[in-house]
Design a protein around this ligand. Structure first.
Ligand SMILES: *Cc1c(COP(=O)(O)O)cnc(C)c1O
Length: 481
């Protein structure tokens, strides 16, 4: 929720109180430099004891509610037939309107099962945008990911409300070119994570469905951030301003054939699932569940998490919950924009995204500007963000870097975790770094895994810019900051 103050400002305001806290510590700049060097300039490899504000991700880090924690105490740990599973299945039926539920240990496991069942070698999988784990699974199964976004998607400075829309003309061309037999399904990601959490519109989803229905191609929604997408539809799409998040989700789900998600995001737990009302799809996927995940009634999740997910699925449909991160992100983005820092606009769902291409316009893309910016922000503030650029793309078969469409640094705002003063601190330090951006140099890999390299790869700075940045910071703020 946001409130209008008497001085004219609109600020996000919490509709909860904080009753449990976890301590964090701000290590001084010299310590941060050492930690960054040990982590190979990869923020994934930092330890949380060295992090002041963890904006790596919203994945599994959203604050849980008292009701979620309470539900965990009634977990039924039966290997088979657990009542916890049936409580989750009821919640999914109520919120999504789907009959059948396949629990998985997290979102990528759902992608793995969908790839196994639907993606044949030589297939194409059209989508509004890829997600890292999605692309890896669909390509390992021999498929090719086709991203058919609209031209607005890659404009980081924009007023387009729905940059997550699928380009319908390109969808028609794709269907004509490959034919329904070679299209595994069309995937719509509810708020495109790697485009900066940008939503698609209901109108677009409806138009996609119309085209697929005739051709007999399944429509799959990645609903990891479905409540945020619904929140933006309510805010930005004419005719939806008076609908509830629940009604909007139901309308989206009535258009899709399958929804899968990572429960780590909108549901604020650690797990995932595939849901559908299509018996044939369910029957095809189901046999693989015990092979890769676990028995049908837990799918690799702990019973406690299943209970918390049943509550989380319902709570994410509350307007305050669906918008809790979005309202802070909007504030964060507007504050940075006001001081001239290049950010992705309009504000998206899960994070404030810095546009590293414009922020570090002196660096060529081959030197990984988004990776460099992630390291620089950490050294200059103790804030951990996540590189979403070329480091997050694996090399092609010839071993060449695949340049990312966008070079972004994601500063995630997990739901109900950070306060306004922490956001203000982030704005100030990112602003300082922007004024001192000439100090930031590029990176190169010295240890590089062949797949999803961004998780474990190690890089080093070209030159000693990390040390010079830490010194410049300490000169301005003192050695203790
Ligand atoms: C996080 C995420 C996934 C992968 O889910 P995990 O639970 O991390 O395995 C897939 N798609 C989207 C859109 C996501 O945000």
């Amino acid at each position: 929720m946001s409130v209008l103050l008497s001085d004219g400002r609109t600020i996000p305001i919490e509709t909860h109180k904080i009753r449990i806290v976890q301590k964090v510590r701000l290590p001084p700049a010299a310590e941060r430099l050492r930690a960054m060097e040990e982590a190979g300039y990869n923020t994934f490899l930092l330890r949380t004891r060295d992090i002041f504000i963890d904006m790596l991700t919203d994945s599994g880090t959203n604050a849980m509610s008292d009701n979620q924690l309470a539900a965990m105490m009634q977990a039924d740990d039966a290997y088979a037939g657990s009542e916890s599973f049936y409580r989750l299945a009821d919640a999914v039926r109520e919120v999504f309107g789907y009959e059948y539920l396949l629990p998985t240990h997290q979102g990528r496991a759902a992608e793995h099962l969908l790839a196994k069942v639907f993606v044949k070698p030589g297939d194409v999988v059209p989508m509004n945008y890829h997600f890292t784990t999605t692309k890896a699974h669909f390509e390992l199964a021999g498929g090719k990911v086709l991203e058919i976004f609209t031209p607005e998607a890659l404009q980081t400075q924009s007023e387009c409300p729905f940059k997550g829309n699928l380009d319908l003309g390109r969808l028609d061309e794709t269907i004509a070119r490959y034919g329904p037999e070679r299209i595994s399904f069309v995937r719509m990601e509810a708020t495109t994570n790697l485009l900066g959490g940008q939503p698609f519109s209901m109108e677009n989803l409806r138009a996609v469905k119309q085209r697929l229905e005739g051709a007999g191609i399944p429509l799959v929604v990645d609903g990891s951030l479905i409540s945020e997408n619904a929140y933006f539809i309510r805010q930005r799409e004419p005719g939806y301003e008076n609908k509830s998040i629940r009604e909007i989700i139901r309308e989206m789900m009535a258009l899709a054939d399958i929804c899968y998600l990572s429960g780590r995001k909108s549901c604020a737990v650690r797990g995932g699932f595939i849901a559908t009302s299509n018996r044939e799809y369910f029957d095809r996927i189901r046999p693989w569940l015990p092979v890769y995940e676990g028995f049908f009634t837990y799918g690799g999740m702990s019973s406690k998490e299943i209970e918390a997910m049943a509550v989380g699925v319902r709570e994410m449909t509350e307007l305050e919950v669906a918008g809790s991160s979005a309202e802070f992100v909007r504030y964060f983005v507007e504050r940075l924009e006001a001081i001239g820092v290049p950010v992705v606009t309009p504000p998206g769902g899960l994070a404030c995204h810095l546009d590293a291409t414009r922020f570090l316009d002196h660096l060529p893309q081959a030197q990984y500007p988004a990776g460099a910016l992630a390291a620089a922000v950490y050294i200059g503030s103790g804030i951990r963000g996540m590189e979403r650029g070329t480091v997050s793309m694996d090399r092609d078969q010839e071993g060449r870097d695949v340049m990312s469409d966008l070079e972004l640094l994601r500063l995630a705002v997990p739901r109900r975790v950070f306060t306004m003063s922490q956001i203000e601190y982030a704005v100030d330090r990112v602003g300082w770094l922007h004024r001192n951006r000439a100090l930031v140099g590029g990176l190169e890999f010295y240890e590089e895994p062949p797949v999803l390299r961004f998780f474990a790869g190690k890089l080093k700075p070209l030159g000693d810019w990390g040390a010079r940045l830490a010194e410049a910071f300490a000169r301005e703020f003192g050695p203790a900051c």
